[in-house]
Design a protein around this ligand. Sequence first.
Ligand SMILES: [Zn+2]
Length: 512
Amino acid sequence: MSTLWQNALLIAQDDEHGSTPFRADVRIDGDRITAVDAPYAPTSALAGDADAPRSIVDATHLLITPGLVNAHTHSWEILVRGTSDPLPLEIWTLLSYPPTGVEPLPERLIYLRTMVAAIESLLGGTTALLDDVGELPDQSPSTIAQVYAAYDAAGIRATCTGVGIDVPIVDRLPFADEVLPAEILRASRESMPPSADVQDAYFGFCAAARALTTGRPRLRFAVAPSAPQRVTDELLVRAAAEARAEGEVLHLHLLETRAQQTLARTRYAGRTIVEHLDELGVLGPNVTLAHGIWLTAGDLELIAASGATVVHNPLSNLKLGSGVLGWRALHDAGVRVALGTDGASSNDTMRMLDVVKATAGLHTLTDPDYRTWPTVDEVLHAATVAGARAAGWGDEVGSIAPGRKADLVLYDLTAGTAFTPLNDAAQQLVFAENGSSIHQVWVDGRLVVEDGRCTRIDADALLAEFREAAGVYLAEALPRWRAFQSEMEPFVREAYLRATASEGHENEEDHR
Ligand SMILES: [Zn+2]
């Protein structure tokens, strides 16, 4: 199937134009973009197999952009969106992820939950996401098979992880031995199996999950030791070696909160986490680091030299009070920055255009020198080109150029008010558009959204089924999670307050 859009307004994010809009014809054949030509280039551009189905569209009223890439999210949290006010990560986690001993989710509920993530993403112009799935209490080949099945059916491009954690929950908190009762410490430590057993289970799972992507061109697997403070060095090094050998993304959370920075100072005496990761040989161009808020200037140099990507999640960081990433310092150091929504209960949506706008605005608060503020070009680059790299698609997606995958969003410039009057499509995309002008979304050369509806699934039926099934599950599960959070909150609060009050935090001016 070939499609030719004539005289479209393009934001191509290619090397030549960046985010500067220009008029062009765009042609796709199969799953690829095959031509970007001057407007009304001879329709012989569609020559080739004369019998091939083809369509030619007058796109004068359309803005065509690369699909947005959500480089860090957790579809798991769809289940618990809207369950809490803003809270620090350490306390929020107690409710958003279930305590040990709960029943696993029914597999159909995993499928439906993932479907909500796919629908919300696609309708908002996101064509690819990196889903750090976080299946608890237990992940297995059959649970991630449900995740893949949902993304496959909806037609989105997805890189999915399984999460490896072999450090007991109490030992991921600073001051744990001082603030937690001995009984809780003992129970938590005893509940964590030996690291060797966790590793065997985890890497076995990775092999099975990886195999499930075979022959499915829009699905990939990524190795995800959750965060340096949640895993042993042995697991981390093995994960890094495996990701490198398989040509996969290695996905980590990194220095999201001050409490994590405090913990790091006790765990890696005299060094930062990033220095430790560098010494272990974990960093590299395939590494995607979510958050990266509490970094030193030296950390930025190491990350930049490694070619790793930092994923900025401004709305999650605001809701969890995590801090503000050093946007200008990262860019000045040469660190690649992508954007993510983070999970659906720390944001609580997967709408990337919200993140794009928040990014463009947030960093005006931290430095009065307006010359350091994010530019629209930087923000759109982060949401497309850099995101594609972060999610493991290299240069295949993220821009509109011949040879790239046909992952496209078509906005109708005349459908609503966001592009009226049309002054600068890139500025208006970042600051005025909220997704309501989206006419079509294409992934891998296939039409997946048209005029507000997913074309490959019955979204209404799936959402209705999810509302019912989620309601049944949560009626039983959520009170138990809330009880766990209430029980633990006083102790975790004490650790959090001590950490945020303690001396010696890296100077915030350092990275802004
Ligand atoms: Zn996260």
